[in-house]
Design a protein around this ligand. Structure first.
Ligand code: SF4
Length: 372
């Protein structure tokens, strides 16, 4: 099998061209064709030498991922199930908001972290995604939107908040980020990319030295070790003290503020004790708190707090000087909680591995019937 072109960073492409006796300046043209113009046939790269066209056509795979299902929520969120060359699938979600279109990207097939509130955790870790499979979620969906919805549908932001723990797949996520940020290609600025982590301390320490300076979101969910351990077993290994030591190593000049994701769960982390612990742990000037009312899924043991309780928690944090917002649940009518779609397909045997026609029709009926 040929290697994927989308595994190459700009610098690697330049080195490769040099090694093969082509002009390294060709990297600029090739990145332009692939990432700016969306032309994936090397023989159409008209300002590139015939010999390098031939070389890339023979040596590299420039195919995109297969979109095997997509669902459009009434709030405009569009969820995709994409298939990779080994038949594994992951989810990506395009979320529109005001002047931006954010793509939520997966980093692994399944996840090893085992958060007790998360649907993806029930699948365990199957494998890391390759650099190309991360990059191709963007390229494939951008291309799909252009062809299906229209040119104005441009992805402007990326969040690594899909399936998987991105820092567990450090090198591939780093390389994919370099591809996303390269000005000769997609040119996404550092403020347009957000990496969300569950708190893998050694990788956070490494990240402070050796990762492009993107926004950081930490899945905190509790400022009390006992509660956090119950929600996120990773806290047993890297408790809040160790975690915050590592977080302090991240240079805040580039990141301005760190976002703390806080899933609000009824009776678990929504009391006054939790408010006091949270405001004691975080620095109000360097933090932004994103409250996420729990999105219940079939079989989940946790409950979403009442609207009144959610507003009370928000108010308490604002009163204590924090920038605190509530993240509205997007796309709940299309199973947008991470990992839900893939599992439901597998459970109901809707996913036969290659059908692109039957699945959407059956799935939409099932979704309409609220049978999931
Ligand atoms: S919440 Fe994220 S880190 Fe935790 S199990 Fe789910 S995918 Fe993994």
């Amino acid at each position: 099998m040929k290697p994927s072109f989308f595994d190459l960073t700009y610098d690697e492409l330049k080195t490769l061209l040099k090694e093969k006796g082509f002009s390294p300046f060709g990297a600029t043209q090739i990145f332009d064709w692939v990432y700016k113009k969306g032309v994936y046939d090397p023989f159409k790269w008209t300002n590139v030498s015939k010999a390098s066209q031939q070389y890339f056509s023979e040596t590299y795979d420039l195919s995109l991922l297969k979109v095997v299902w997509n669902g459009l929520s009434k709030d405009g969120t569009r969820k995709f199930l994409v298939k990779m060359s080994d038949g594994q699938t992951v989810e990506s979600v395009a979320i529109p908001a005001r002047d931006r279109l954010t793509l939520c990207i997966s980093s692994q097939v399944g996840c090893a972290v085992g958060c007790t509130f998360c649907h993806t955790a029930t699948q365990g870790l199957k494998r890391h995604l390759k650099t190309s499979e991360v990059v191709l979620q963007f390229v494939t969906i951008q291309n799909w939107l252009k062809e299906t919805v229209g040119v104005e549908e441009k992805i402007t932001n990326i969040v690594y908040m899909g399936q998987g723990e991105p820092l567990h797949n450090f090198e591939n996520m780093k390389k994919a980020t370099l591809v996303f940020m390269n000005e000769k290609g997609l040119g996404l600025g550092q403020r347009r990319i957000t990496l969300s982590t569950s708190g893998l301390v050694p990788a956070i320490e490494k990240m402070a030295q050796d990762f492009p300076p993107v926004n950081i979101a930490l899945s905190l969910h509790s400022a009390r070790n006992d509660v956090r351990t119950e929600l996120m077993p990773i806290n047993k290994v890297y408790d809040l003290e160790r975690l915050f030591k590592a977080i302090k190593m991240i240079p805040l000049k580039a990141h301005r503020r760190i976002t703390y994701e806080y899933l609000l769960i009824e009776g678990m982390n929504d009391s006054m004790d939790d408010v006091i612990a949270l405001s004691g742990l975080l620095n109000s000037k360097e933090s932004k708190i994103n409250l996420i009312p729990f999105n219940e899924f079939p079989g989940s043991k946790y409950k979403r707090p009442s609207e009144q309780k959610i507003m009370w928690f928000l108010d308490q944090m604002i009163k204590r000087g924090f920038t605190c917002t509530i993240r509205t649940t997007k796309g709940s009518d299309i199973l947008a909680a991470c990992g839900q779609l893939k599992s439901e397909f597998e459970k109901l045997n809707l996913w036969d591995g290659n059908s692109q026609v039957i699945i959407p029709s059956i799935a939409s009926t099932v979704l309409q019937n609220q049978a999931l």
